[in-house]
Design a protein around this ligand. Structure first.
Ligand SMILES: Cc1cc2nc3c(=O)[nH]c(=O)nc-3n(C[C@H](O)[C@H](O)[C@H](O)COP(=O)(O)OP(=O)(O)OC[C@H]3O[C@@H](n4cnc5c(N)ncnc54)[C@H](O)[C@@H]3O)c2cc1C
Length: 633
């Protein structure tokens, strides 16, 4: 068996650093947080915030932006060229798009999250590379952390420049550090006189890295675990693009490997306090990751339009392919899921704008759930479109056919499940919050390091909490509201209410059954999170359909049908997840997975050409300092 490379003390150090960076304090209301505790707080999602921004200045800007996309942004050409045309970058600057969320007092457009979400949805329906450019800059690049954590001096210096079009990037990932940023190796050593820091190290996969003027860089003090965030100008001596990086999709993104050699950062360019860098990075991502769920809704709408029209246009075996039941079922699912994805995204964007709301869990759920649904939906669009789905746009165009590239959409969409918090990390993050209240109350009892005396002392408090909370979950069922106002959808809402109480009980049962080992039971925890995601999506979908009815919208009846179709499928998924919580093959599959990892099934790989790989050869290494520079631009 191969020697494990990460020692237990490293694992626990990573956890401790991540835990220290976690926002432990809950800063207001939270729909999903309550759901994990068995409370369906319908007031947080109903009445559903139907109204998108009607601010005249915003609508006028959005119309100009849409015209610009139609006239200047050709997604197939951008994909083919693997670069942004200078006219597109200039046009975005002229529109002020790099200052969308920068407050007006610093020269930006001052959009709120709902408005920004509307822009991202429109953009996501058209071009994923430009979406990545603006989202990496605006959602996680310099403007967000600077506005939230920077000094007034720093804001005055940089935000107007950003609003005028200085592109920025977010540099956290390194070759050896991906999902576990607490172990990053880039260092920032403070000078003896305290006037500046010296930055050394390298960063990987920095979106906008080859064209950015400004970077937010996470680096640690050389002798400690303290990670800080710095605003670094790309033109400063010692900042180098060592490689321009290229991907399966998002072909035009200007992504870079960066190197920092003795970069002198003025002390004033520290963002927030020293040692707060990881917290700044994580909390930037908390809201920053709301751009993706909006963008993939746009993509889903385009895929739905193509699937619907193609399924009606294409005749095989004597009828339109959409009339064959297998395809009709796909169309139903695509439409219902698109309605649900939009309900989730719009709700999450609007909750983020609500004063006193803690958006962490909804942002993670919206990011994870919408990106997974979008990937499945695009796969179905590819299947409905048949061979033409797999054919590149240029090839379709050359044959005189309508050039819509499902293959490009799929290539572009896959990364959404990996960056800005991979699906697995989003599950872990939500699971951590799900058990948080229980850990707060009963953590001592399941902590193997806690002395027996302290455990015994904690017992009465723990017993008092659960003696009230647990029966309360059952009792609430006796007086659960009927939700008659929701008509035919009320039955689904009652299901959500019952399931939320069951969810809370299962979280508790898991804590009792697995104790301190619960965090290693990812199969169990991830199913709980999947249940919560489905319940959130159902709630948003039902509330949205009801709001359309209440508003007398012409599409109200159609929306109800889609909400019903979605909820039926979602209920089946939830029932299966609950069933499989305690009746599954996780133990056996985990044993097999470990056997595969240890090479005991490597025999199975014989008979192919073989890649000649070794674990040692694949292990990433910190790049050498003397890599040749590449000219920026
Ligand atoms: C196109 C592109 C653009 C990017 N842009 C940026 C950017 O602008 N700035 C930036 O800083 N980074 C950026 N990234 C990096 C991106 O955020 C990382 O790829 C992501 O964080 C995952 O890290 P990793 O690829 O090293 O995967 P790893 O962390 O090595 O993980 C490998 C796999 O293991 C899973 N995994 C890891 N830990 C656990 C766990 N504890 N439990 C269960 N599963 C686990 C992961 O989900 C993943 O499936 C970009 C990457 C790409 C490809």
């Amino acid at each position: 068996m191969a020697e494990p490379r990460t020692r237990p003390d490293e694992i626990s150090r990573s956890r401790e650093v991540a835990e220290a960076a976690r926002d432990r304090e809950w800063k207001g209301a939270g729909f999903l947080r309550d759901l994990f505790l068995g409370r369906l707080d319908l007031g947080l999602v109903d009445p559903y915030p139907l109204a998108r921004s009607t601010r005249p200045a915003f609508l006028e800007w959005l119309a100009r932006f849409e015209r610009f996309l139609r006239e200047e942004v050709d997604p197939a050409a951008i994909d083919e060229a693997e670069a942004y045309p200078p006219a597109v970058l200039d046009g975005l600057r002229a529109l002020g798009a790099f200052g969308m969320k920068v407050p007006t007092e610093y020269g930006g457009l001052g959009f709120d999250q709902v408005e920004y979400g509307q822009v991202m949805q429109l953009l996501g329906s058209h071009d994923a590379s430009v979406t990545a450019l603006l989202s990496a800059h605006q959602s996680i690049g310099v403007p967000q952390p600077l506005e939230r954590f920077g000094s007034e001096e720093l804001k005055r210096r940089y935000l107007p420049r950003i609003a005028r079009g200085a592109i920025s990037a977010f540099a956290l990932t390194e070759t050896v550090v991906g999902s576990d940023p607490a172990r990053l190796t880039t260092t920032a050593r403070r000078s003896a006189d305290g006037t500046h820091y010296l930055l050394n190290g390298s960063k990987l996969w920095c979106t906008n890295g080859t064209i950015a003027e400004l970077l937010v860089v996470m680096a640690r003090g050389p002798e400690d675990d303290q990670i800080s965030a710095f605003l670094v100008e790309a033109a400063w001596p010692g900042v180098r693009v060592t490689h321009a990086l290229h991907f399966m999709g998002l072909r035009a993104i200007s992504n870079a490997a960066l190197q920092f050699t003795d970069v002198r950062i003025p002390a004033g360019n520290l963002i927030g306090a020293e040692g707060r860098g990881l917290k700044i990075a994580l909390s930037t991502l908390n809201t920053g990751r709301l751009a993706l769920p909006a963008a993939v809704v746009g993509g889903a709408k385009s895929a739905l339009e193509l699937s619907r029209t193609w399924a009606a246009a294409r005749v095989q075996w004597g009828q339109e392919v959409g009339r064959h039941q297998a395809i009709s079922l796909k169309l139903a699912r695509m439409a219902a899921v698109t309605f649900a994805m939009e309900a989730v995204s719009d709700l999450a964007q609007s909750l983020a704008d609500r004063p006193g709301y803690d958006i962490r869990l909804e942002a993670a759920a919206a990011k994870e759930w919408n990106t997974v649904q979008s990937w499945r939906l695009l796969d179905e669009a590819m299947q409905i479109r048949g061979g033409r789905g797999y054919e590149r746009e240029g090839s379709l165009r050359a044959r005189g056919e309508v050039a819509v590239g499902v293959e490009r959409w799929l290539r572009d969409a896959r990364i959404n499940l990996i960056f800005e918090g991979s699906s697995e990390i989003m599950h872990l993050f939500m699971a951590r919050e799900a058990v948080d209240r229980h850990l707060e109350v009963a953590g001592l009892l399941v902590d193997p390091r806690a002395p027996l005396g302290r455990k015994l002392a904690a017992l009465p408090r723990v017993a008092a909490f659960y003696a009230r909370w647990y029966p309360g979950l059952w009792l609430r069922g006796l007086v659960a509201p009927r939700h008659a106002r929701f008509g035919a959808l009320a039955t689904h809402l009652r299901f959500v209410e019952r399931a939320s109480r069951r969810l809370a009980r299962q979280v508790f049962h898991g804590m009792v059954a697995f104790g301190a080992g619960a965090e290693r039971r990812q199969g169990f925890l991830f199913r709980l999170v999947d249940v919560a995601d489905e319940l959130f999506a159902m709630s948003a979908t039902i509330a949205r359909a009801e709001a359309l009815r209440a508003a007398g919208a012409p599409e109200a009846a159609a929306a109800r049908e889609l909400a019903d179709t979605f909820c039926r499928a979602s209920r089946r998924a939830v029932a299966r997840l609950f069933r499989e919580l305690w009746s599954n093959d996780d133990g056996a599959a985990d044993r097999t997975g470990r056997a595969v990892l240890e090479g005991r099934h490597a025999w199975l790989e014989r008979g192919g050409i073989g890649l000649g790989l070794t674990v040692e050869a694949l292990r990433p290494r910190i790049p050498p300092v003397e890599a040749p520079p590449i000219t920026r631009g």
